[in-house]
Write a protein that binds this ligand. Sequence first.
Ligand code: PMP
Length: 372
Amino acid sequence: MSWETWLADAATAREEAGLTRRLRPRSAGDATIDLAGNDYLGLSGHPDVRRAAADAAMLWGGGAGASRLVTGTLTLHGDLEDELADWLGQPGALTFSTGYHANLSVITALADRTAHIVSDAHIHASLIDAVRLSRAQLTVVPHNNVAAVHAALAARPGVRSLVLAESVYSVLGDEASLVELAEVCAAYGALLVVDEAHGVGVHGPGLVHRRGLAGRPDVLVTATLSKSLGSQGGAVLGPRAVLDHLVNTARPFIFDTGLAPAPAAAALAAARVARSRPDLADTIRARVTGLAGTLGIQAPAGAVLSVPMPSPEAAVAAQADLLTEGVRVGCFRPPSVPDGVSRLRVTAGAGVTDEEWDRAVKAIDTIVGEVG
Ligand code: PMP
């Protein structure tokens, strides 16, 4: 089969399954109420954040200019890493050009064929890809099942093991049993890697910190700068020995240009705002709990409410109807959903006004009611 035929067949199959994805450019002046993004605290457009990005671009230029080990490490990276480590209560931090790179780096640098990875079934794609790249032995355990993690570690005693979890899972929005996982990991000498992409900011310094696990030598945090911090980039936070190992061996760090000045400065400014404005996280909690109550579904631990839909087509149709009402929500369909259930994805962020939020809730309630 020629590759053109193969591409056309794949496109047809996607179309028939209702799974075709299309890019929809958003203009800068778009007045739609945006409940589809990950700018949970609404800091992307905060004046301090915008100004910091613009000032950094003027001072340093458009890019870091090189990979971090060449000349691409700026004093700005150090300032950002110190701020993040201080906020999250960790010995140190290392920043990356994306959260995806942070996850790829941690797993590929710490695991190889001789290691065993125990991964929650709902783990993010970046961690799944990282595990594949690492070639480690893999056990996928049922979602949020500490007993299964225990059994998986017990099955390979003496093998260097990593356990992968998200503090708040992206799709279902539920919280990992972090304390119990840390206990099991400690019992077997395993390293617990917690992706806090949806935890930091929404839960202040994150759930690893909130659950008293920050700074432990056997708990490593990865994070993104692109959600609550309204910027771009990623970070790994934990023991210095791990960070040094990443600097020396992590290919997605070594062979990648350093995080650009504007997003680094934006994330730094956003972290400072987030630390001084705990009320933003309170707004998220109130909104997400209120909307969950309105729709009669369980409130998530994070900022995103997943609303189950009867089919991918119904999810897409409800999303389009909401857009007509001036409300943009996200839509999860296979293959981005671990359990095959299509969902609307509604971000209860702090970035919209109370009036906008109330208007959006009314529209969502009506349109979801019509589908259900
Ligand atoms: N981890 C999780 C849980 C995520 O949801 C995401 C982004 N969707 C990432 C990692 C990747 O972060 P980034 O967008 O900064 O690459």
